[in-house]
Design a binder for this molecule. Structure first.
Ligand code: APR
Length: 280
């Protein structure tokens, strides 16, 4: 149910009204929140889609339950399944999608306040977004440490180990602990930068949520931090989280690539977006 006494900012809850709000009201402080759904068309499976999602395809690895793949205690006991997956997901083999390019286009147009991503595939950076615009809420493969002595582990040795499907071990004297990429596992705290930037959604004048089931906290709590009256656009196969409950929520249900094309078209930016993607 939508509260009928809240003033409506958008004329209608559709993409044309969002484009009008952006072009005529000059909205420039966009907060974007993304998940694995923006990388599936690049060939990287998401986690929870039935059949195609990662969690539906781990049976061959003999995990007690799918999310054990990213459980720090299970990893300490048996890092093999994670490293079998890391070999598939390791950055460098995939091309950013047009949804990643849309976020880069927002940045180029000076309208990106910050991107909060849950993804570990580094495709946002490969699309050209500078690191300072990205909050990697669940970490990434960009660095790795020993889980016992916390020593840093060299990236070149990491890439070699991952490509060979080996489990890298710490080379500090008397340690030999298992090395883990700086991905946030279940049971681990999110990076400080997530908490230090959690005030930003309240400063936004537009929120775009793309390709996420919003099923993992505290990331899932971000959209609710946007102020009332700030349009929240969901671009996702399915309705998720509390999106759609506010008068200015807009649901573009369907593929992320189709959704960003639809929004770019309404904004008059489609040619620029396609050209940007061509050169990525
Ligand atoms: N277009 C639009 N939506 C899509 C597409 C697509 N091409 N592909 C998938 N989706 C949607 C799915 O319907 C689902 O709602 O994206 C969402 C993906 O949800 P998840 O698989 O749960 O991925 P995510 O939300 O990123 O998971 C969050 O869970 O396992 C942890 O740490 C892991 O960061 C991950 C977190």
């Amino acid at each position: 149910p939508v509260a009928d006494d809240t003033p409506q900012v958008l004329e209608r809850r559709d993409v044309q009204s969002v484009a009008k709000y952006i072009n005529e009201r000059g909205a420039r402080r966009f907060i974007v929140m993304t998940g694995a759904g923006i990388s599936t068309s690049a060939g990287i499976p998401d986690f929870r889609s039935p059949d195609t999602g990662l969690y539906a395809n781990l049976a061959h690895l003999g995990l007690p339950h799918p999310e054990a793949m990213f459980d720090i205690n299970f990893f300490r006991e048996n890092p093999q399944p994670f490293y079998a997956l890391a070999r598939e997901l390791y950055p460098g083999r995939y091309r950013p999608t047009i949804a990643h390019c849309f976020i880069k286009l927002l940045y180029d147009k000076g309208r990106l306040l910050k991107l909060f991503t849950q993804n570990i595939d580094c495709l946002e950076r490969e699309a050209g977004l500078p690191g300072e615009m990205i909050i990697d809420a669940h970490g990434s493969f960009a660095s790795q440490h020993c889980i016992d002595c916390q020593s840093f582990y060299p990236p070149d040795l990491m890439r070699k180990a991952v490509e060979k499907g080996d489990v890298p071990h710490c080379h500090m004297p008397n340690c030999n602990g298992i090395v883990k990429p700086d991905i946030v596992f279940f049971g681990e705290r999110l990076p400080e930068e997530f908490f230090l930037n959690r005030h930003l959604p309240a400063a936004a004048d537009l929120c775009i949520v793309m390709g996420t089931s919003l099923s993992v906290w505290p990331f899932a709590g971000l959209p609710a931090l946007c102020k009332d009256g700030v349009p929240r656009v969901l671009i996702n196969q399915e309705r998720v989280g509390g999106l759609g409950s506010r008068p200015d929520d807009v649901l573009l249900l369907g593929g992320c690539d189709a959704g960003v094309r639809q929004l770019a078209q309404a904004l008059g930016w489609l040619e620029e977006l396609e050209a940007l993607w061509e050169q990525t």
